[in-house]
Design a protein around this ligand. Sequence first.
Ligand code: PLP
Length: 384
Amino acid sequence: MQSLDAFAGEKLTALDAKSLRRRLKPTRRHDGAIVERDGKRLISFSCNDYLGLSHHPAVRAAAAEAALNYGAGAAASRLVTGDHPLLSDLEKRLARLKGTEAACVFGSGYLANTGVIPTLVGPGDAIFVDALAHACIWAGAQLSGAKIVKFAHNDVADLARLLEAERPGVRHALVATDGVFSMDGDIAPLDQLSALCERHDAWLLSDDAHGVGVLAGGRGSGALFPDAKIPLQMGTLSKALGSYGGYLCGSQAVIDLLKTRARTLVYATGLPPASAAAALASLDIIQTNPAFTEQPLAKARLFTRRLGLPDAHSPIVPVVLGEADAALAASAALEGQGFLVVAIRPPTVPEGTARLRVAFSAEHADADVLRLADAIAVLRKAAA
Ligand SMILES: *Cc1c(COP(=O)(O)O)cnc(C)c1O
């Protein structure tokens, strides 16, 4: 198919010209936040394994034991034969952690959002989405067929104005946001969003992919706002929990509806038992070691203080450099000094805000955090 290859080739050339082409780089991950690329060992500040639990001996043993006992895969949709009992154990634990009646586990966080949102809203409804919300929230919104209304990032007044204008014309309204923003590390004003949602009979969905396990003693960003009512608490098992999979915590009625209607649950293979077992082992560690869960944020604050940046709110700190090639050059310079800090470019982040996204882990030594901060200070001075 000449036209097909010509199409792909032209797309790639155009991306190359803008420094926006991406390439896979085979990477081995070791414990201690060490990664290996091209035979070179680097200290990674780009993994979302905030507690190092993907390599924790108890978590690995739980995954290995489940794989040996129950097999490597789930073999079918959860509604057929793929609903291993470990999945309901995990759902009970997640619901307890989040203080909800029930929970539903999905194959990934991406599958959770793209399954949950279209189950709850559709044509004739509206979904209000924070401008910087994660790509899978936008994908879920598009799949739903509901009217999509974008509100300015963390801007409660903008959302209030849009709800006043749009809410009366639709049947149901959903407000969707990241709890911790994946590329900026800031936190949604969930208390104010919750109050607005109550006033307008809108349903609040918070995506806590980067909060669970590392904020509020591991309970996540929602727990930072005791008065917030968040009926839809989504998250992932793939980051601080060191495993794979996604979840939604909510009321029994909502969870029952998802389990019969969410297309990414009905028509996709269930989560492998080993992933559930690993997540359960991680939850044991998180819930019995609240001080350990505060480590990533403490390292992030050490970094922001050294650089004179505003205090970090989460383990994610953006160092915005502007153009894509500037971010790539900075990343390459840091790699030369033994650090892996991957450059993040559009369309993952808005045009003109390419950046280093620095993610901190309990496994980082303070001395390495300070060394990285000093290396970045030198790069920023050179760029200014
Ligand atoms: C990573 C991420 C997801 C997707 O979760 P996966 O389990 O990796 O599919 C969803 N939302 C946010 C905010 C994320 O950062």
